[in-house]
Ligand binder design. Sequence first.
Ligand SMILES: *Cc1c(COP(=O)(O)O)cnc(C)c1O
Length: 824
Amino acid sequence: MTTTTFLHTPIETSATYLLTDSRQLVFPNQTLFFAIKGQHHDGHHYLGDLYQKGVRQFVVEQKALTNALTDQLESFEDAQIWEVDNSIKALQELAKRHRAQFEIPVVGITGSNGKTIVKEWLSQLMSNDFRIAKSPKSYNSQIGVPLSVWQLNENHTLGIFEAGISQSHEMKALQEIIRPTIGIFTNIGSAHDEGFRSRKQKATEKLRLFTQSQQLIYRADYADIDEEIRLILKPVNPNCELISWGTSESCTVNVDWHKDATQTYIVMKSEVSKFDDQLFSVPFTDDASVENLVHCLILMLQMGIPSGEIRQRISRLKPISMRLELKEGINECYLIDDTYNNDLVGLSIALNFLGQQEQRPQKCAILSDLLQTGQKEEELYAQINTLLQQKGVEKLVAIGDAFARNAHLISIPADFYPNTSEFLGSLDTNAFKDAIVLIKGARPFQFERIVNRLQQRVHGTVLEINLDALTHNLNFYRNRVGNDTRIMVMVKAFAYGSGSAEVAQLLQFHRVDYLAVAYTDEGVTLRQNGIELPIMVMNPSLSTFDKLLECQLEPEIYSHKILAEWLEFITEKPSAAHLPIHLKLDTGMHRLGFTEADLPRLIERLAQYPTLKVASIFSHLVGADEAIHNDFSRLQYERFVAGAAQLEAALGYRPLRHILNSAGIVRFPDYKLDMVRLGIGLYGVEVNRQEQRLLQQIGRFKTVVSQVKHLPAGETIGYSRTGVLEKASSIATIAIGYADGYDRRFSKGVGKVLINGALCPVVGNVCMDMTMVDSTGVLVEEGDEVIIFGTELPIYTLSDQIGTISYEILTGISERVKRVFYKE
Ligand SMILES: *Cc1c(COP(=O)(O)O)cnc(C)c1O
């Protein structure tokens, strides 16, 4: 045993795995951990924990080394600890040296959209020709890229990596790590514009990925890309062969296409024979997919893959979703649907997500064989077994021959099936009762069939919740309030319609301080779903006190009557005296709360019951979002602070004080006190719209077209004949009505929905389960997707249309509507 000293040499590691998020640890003795000090998390806090778990290699940042931390690290026995200025830079440096060992072709992809799809399609399309290392999911950041490149090993014959940047000067580091020999620049759009002065500057920055590439494929129809390549890239990298494509005759490859209902026919003309006279039909008709595919086609032709082969493979291509979806299943189970691919990194990401979910007592996984990993089977399946054990999977269903061959390596309870049909044939759906089930399979296994059998509510109306956007919004408010103020998140009313158990899981994972609900039942549901955070109940009643105690829910006490009832309750049940309470002061809302006149008596009562534990004192602003009420907000704040001071003096300690809601956090940063109560902002709505662009919309409410009719002028549509057609029209019936939460006030042209990019107004009255919209002039077919709200059609447009607020639109969405949660 040796005591540890800090190393200052370049990192020479024996580790197979690089780790930056301590929660993703799987193989401790083969892991090198990089402690990164970020805005919200500091990896240095987890060093002790990781050491305990068996990690022995660490990279730490000099500026994070307090005396206490140094002492702790010096007590680690048999550990290697590198002390560096910047852990991310050290990680990048290590990846750079790793990359330098390989002389294989490497494709580097950047651009505003389509990077991940192009990468995934290329790796599907070329998996017969190469053993491919690729970025997992969309690992394309300053941390994601080095982790991706680290996967390269001597078995690989091709690398495909994507690079994404959000600010100037980020690409150079990524270029040095990926060192693409062939580049693809997908396109340029407006995403992440904040970090750049202009589109042009953004293009210039992205081009840095290709400063040493031998070839670059790009679409010359984007004039700024074309111009920047000629002006900026060419002088720096004169030997780079530019393969431009587009509608212009001057492109290396002139590309033209036309579509029918299901296919797009692509025609290529070129001076270069391998691209000339090529014709492909592809099973997609949307422009984005066609663009992504042309990039893939040109790269494959460039790499010498015969066009007959390419045609065959393309015809089998499927859309790619990188999403991991969480949805409710039958028999009280939950499903994590990740049916598009299965590789080791993807599996470990999905298992991490499974590991975070505490909604159900049992964790199960249904997995297919992993295809084309280039790794030895015994090694691979032993690793999978370790992963499953580590992430607490108690039951496995394994589908495929490779799994069956390696059954002896699986030590958790498992059933093996040769294929998906056999499994479905003998499926007993009760087997997954009360479980959370990860369903992850490679494409050919068609695991969507399993999802269809196990999911609940398959009808077409869905509210999709983007968990990454939720995290983004949480971080936005966290940055606003800083580290010294706690955050209580309001998950009342089914988390503003978004689904309280799932949202609360995410908040628990991100370690918010408190949750609050309106009624006891809502708190009970959260406890039943594994939520352990403290929870405040704003409107408790005598009849639910037992439940509060049983579930450790903390009541808001807002009147003398409820205080007296609570005091009586805790006298009878002394164990309840330990449950903290929250005192609500009425400073002007005049809803619930003690008024100024109530305070003397309240103070008297508190003195009589010194065991009562007051966790917080709070009040609520009536007009935090509106400037005309600024004076009143100040008055409320002053009343609140004065009232809280009196109570504190009487209690002899200082409970948490809080008064700000979402709008208040943005508009009154000086009033943040000890805690804030975040509500609608988390769900992506900034009530005063001042900072709306900094939040991400989390929800997409969508349904489908059930039928389309072409009707002559003079016909009427729907109940009471209110929708009179003035001219011949196409009418689409969509599968949503007021019972789903599509308000009847949207009737008669007030509401508009998006179908295939066009706004279609409601005709006649909204019915209970259906609505008719005017789709005249829009190409609409039965089964098409209809967007009620989403990024393209913000919630506030809907609330404005019917003269209400976003809160009502969100919370009005019926519980019969299926919620699907996803992350990229
Ligand atoms: C709902 C609620 C909030 C959150 O309000 P938002 O406007 O949604 O941020 C805060 N405090 C109390 C008491 C509430 O009832």
